[in-house]
Design a binder for this molecule. Structure first.
Ligand code: ADP
Ligand code: MG
Length: 301
């Protein structure tokens, strides 16, 4: 028992436990002698300096309280080791990081941007830029498909109203072509610990759905990623984390015609890491954290 405390930060509206995800990590940290706590990120009574490390895990209510959350990230980052660190979190809570990826030559889903209220006109301009007549709107800040609208060629007016609402609420909107491959092949999530891919999970939507998430009936299964997919994921992480590999990252890829595997999302804040489908990767995260904290990592732990 090394006795050091590690916090897996959660929120009040969640029981703080993703079966298999936090569980596998906690098992590994426990074997390495750490004591685990699951404080709510917004609990004012928590002394964050008492933890050797704080991992942002199930803080799933921050999208609606972004300013408060980012202030908390700075607060904790100034007092102990926060994973991932504040500069990575700040850059990753806003999907405008997709521009940085595209600029770095990493394949991404083609995206046009609406940054001020322009109604139907703005949506039409975005579609013209993308060379399509239907698409998807998403807020620059969001998770779990929140605020997403799928719209057809005859629904541009409604899309314009929705885009303006998202601009007012979040400051910006992504417009993307509706990718048929999401329906047929789903999305591949690659998990990287210290920059190395440990495992991947394919998420496929229920019939009639675009959203692959389990909450919307999506099915998940483990998959060994191909070399091309690993390469795109590793390049995405390198482009986003120029200060060195993050403790953990998840890169979601979809197939784009004429491009191949392309990043639809890079999750560096509070990704579900799918340890239920690869429990040994929870051990890899525990060992990686322990190494960063200067702990001994016995072989076989
Ligand atoms: N351009 C798109 N074409 C088809 N489906 C999409 C597209 N963008 C998003 N989706 C679906 O919506 C889900 C949520 O979108 P995503 O960009 O991952 O945002 P978040 O997970 O942060 O809400 C995706 O997992 C996918 O199932
Ligand atoms: Mg997503």
């Amino acid at each position: 028992m090394n006795g050091q405390l590690v916090a897996l930060a959660t929120c009040a509206h969640h029981d703080g436990f993703i079966a298999g995800d936090d569980e596998a990590l906690a098992r590994s940290l426990d074997a390495l002698g750490y004591e685990i706590r699951r404080p709510c990120w917004d609990d004012p009574g928590v002394d964050w300096a008492s933890f050797a490390a704080v991992l942002i895990r199930t803080t799933w209510d921050y999208q609606e309280r972004l300013g408060e959350f980012l202030a908390w990230v700075e607060h904790v980052g100034a007092r102990t080791r926060l994973f991932n660190p504040p500069e990575i979190v700040r850059a990753n809570v806003d999907k405008r990081y997709m521009r940085l990826l595209a600029g770095a030559g990493v394949p991404t889903v083609p995206t046009a941007w609406i940054e001020s209220c322009g109604g139907e006109r703005a949506v039409r301009d975005a579609l013209e830029t993308l060379g399509t007549d239907s698409g998807v709107l998403k807020p620059v800040v969001g998770a779990g498909a929140s605020g997403m609208l799928v719209f057809g060629a005859g629904e541009i007016e409604a899309a314009g109203v929705h885009a303006d609402e998202l601009v007012r609420a979040y400051g910006g909107v992504l417009v993307q072509p509706l990718l048929g491959s999401v329906r047929t092949r789903g999305e591949l999530s690659l998990v990287l610990i210290d920059g190395a891919c440990t495992h991947a999970v394919r998420k496929s939507p229920a019939p009639g759905e675009w959203r692959v998430q389990i909450e919307f009936g999506g099915a998940y299964e483990p998959e060994t990623p191909g070399g091309g997919e690993r390469d795109v994921a590793a390049r995405a992480v390198r482009a986003l984390c120029t200060g060195g590999a993050p403790l953990y990252a998840r890169i979601d890829l979809v197939e784009v015609d004429g491009v191949g595997p392309a990043v639809i999302e890079a999750e560096l804040v509070e990704p579900e890491l799918f340890f239920a489908w690869a429990p040994e990767a929870g051990g890899a995260l525990g060992r990686a954290l322990s190494r960063r904290l200067g702990g001994q990592v016995p072989s076989g732990a």
